[in-house]
Design a protein around this ligand. Structure first.
Ligand SMILES: Nc1ncnc2c1ncn2[C@@H]1O[C@H](COP(=O)(O)OP(=O)(O)OP(=O)(O)O)[C@@H](O)[C@H]1O
Length: 306
């Protein structure tokens, strides 16, 4: 079966700023592909091109065999898009918005069920302008899914949601996935990517660094384990970073966090002992996707406030 989404050698610049430089990936039917990367990496530009909302400078994109620009009208019926910061008229009520959007599609989803799944069931009669930021965000997810699309593009699905709303949204996305929908999910949350994504495309500075399963990405980054401790005396991060088996050294307050392969624990504890540093409250855990991200891009996935 051909991939549902195919992106080949995508390039996009804004005047003299290159936003996307040669991005290629595929998304298979029923898969959730995560798009991960530091701020400004080109994630939104990439998914906007896939959704047909921006014209690429170069490269080819097909979604369900269609060209997102040329075949925009045909694709709109089968593609749900949730973009950052969607706006509606402030007086439009939630139910009115959903009825309106439903009317665009031949076989829409049950919008009441979507509202319940997003814990907005009691907001049907509330005007858009009276919703909180998190409620607006959840409504934008409902609007992306109300057409019962075959493909959904979700940009920062749960940014701005509290932990409970985030978990509810993940449950909803899992049930959408189990109905066979193919999903592209731009996210800054490693936990979200680990929980929902079958594969992750890691994008940095407009290029795809790697596409792999979350577990494959952690292996590839050579970050089998995370060693965390509080040093009894100051230690030089560069010295630790140069040790065999170590892939990255970061700080969390007074904690030192070292990621690396199975040799890292031995080399780090030996180096600390040589310098008479005691590793207090030492913990060793399997590395997470976040550790892989830092090792592969040299940066954290933290989102700046815009
Ligand atoms: N309309 C625009 N005009 C000019 N430059 C832009 C425009 N949109 C994005 N850019 C720039 O292109 C680059 C890629 O932006 P993009 O929004 O695609 O990245 P991103 O990975 O989605 O970032 P974030 O995680 O911060 O949302 C950034 O340097 C950004 O400043």
């Amino acid at each position: 079966m051909p991939p549902v989404i195919e992106v080949r050698n995508l390039h996009k610049r804004y005047r003299d700023k290159v936003a996307v430089e040669d991005v290629s990936f595929t998304v298979e039917e029923g898969e959730i592909l995560g798009v991960l990367g530091p701020n400004g990496a080109g994630k939104t530009t990439t998914v906007e091109c896939v959704a047909g909302l921006r014209a690429p400078d170069r490269g080819e994109i097909t979604v369900l065999g269609l060209d997102p620009r040329r075949d925009h009208a045909a694709l709109t019926r089968r593609l749900g898009v949730q973009l950052q910061e969607s706006q509606l008229p402030p007086r439009l009520r939630v139910a009115e918005a959903l009825r309106l959007y439903s009317s665009f599609y031949p076989e829409p989803a049950d919008w009441r069920e979507l509202l319940d799944g997003l814990a907005l069931g009691d907001k049907a009669e509330t005007p858009f302008g009276k919703l909180s930021g998190g409620q607006k965000q959840r409504l934008s997810i409902a609007l992306a899914l109300v057409g019962a699309p075959r493909v959904a593009i979700l940009d920062e699905l749960t940014t701005g949601l509290d932990p409970q709303a985030r978990r509810d949204t993940w449950d909803l996305i899992e049930s959408v996935r189990s109905s066979g929908v193919t999903i592209v999910l731009v996210t800054h949350f490693m936990e979200e990517a680990e929980r929902l994504c079958d594969r992750v495309a890691l994008i940095d500075a407009g290029r795809v660094v790697t596409v792999d399963t979350p577990a494959g990405l952690t292996d590839r980054a050579g970050v089998g384990q995370r060693i965390q401790f509080r040093p009894s005396r100051p230690v030089d991060d560069r010295l630790l970073a140069g040790l065999p088996g170590v892939s990255a050294v970061t700080r969390r307050g007074e904690w030192v966090v070292v990621t690396g392969d199975s040799d890292a624990l031995n080399t780090v504890t030996a180096a600390l002992a040589r310098d008479q540093v005691v590793a207090e409250r030492l913990r060793v855990e399997p590395a997470s996707l976040e550790d892989a991200f830092v090792a592969l891009t040299g940066r954290g996935p933290v989102r700046d406030t815009k």
